[in-house]
Write a protein that binds this ligand. Structure first.
Ligand SMILES: [Zn+2]
Length: 112
């Protein structure tokens, strides 16, 4: 349902699309800011525009894909366990959290 709404309505031009509460309150962009616009652009085939709205989303999509695959798609088995060990490994989670924090700082310092 959300995907259909994002396809039909441009978040930049629609007044009823939800705005980021963090940005409204603090004035800084959170790591997720731009995701609605990026998904809207990607759904219309504008992948470079989507990338410019949120670089972090593109960087972490493979991780999200593997996590969804491991949790909800794959049957329990050897491959699922190997993927689970990778996705939930302490180092993998630490890398994700460091990238998340770096993205938060970089986008607010350099405006990316
Ligand atoms: Zn935000």
């Amino acid at each position: 349902m959300g995907i259909i709404l994002l396809f039909c309505f441009n978040p930049e031009q629609s007044v009823w699309m939800p705005k980021c509460p963090f940005k409204l309150l603090v004035g800084l962009s959170c790591p997720g800011c731009g995701v609605q616009r990026a998904v809207h652009a990607a759904l219309h085939g504008h992948f470079l525009t989507a990338l410019r709205y949120n670089y972090f989303l593109a960087l972490t999509e493979p991780y999200a894909f593997f996590l969804i695959l491991e949790k909800w798609v794959l049957p329990i088995g050897r491959f699922q366990h190997r993927l689970e060990r990778f996705c939930e490994h302490r180092i993998t989670v630490c890398i994700y959290l460091v990238a998340f924090c770096l993205w938060f700082v970089l986008r607010n310092v350099f405006g990316v």
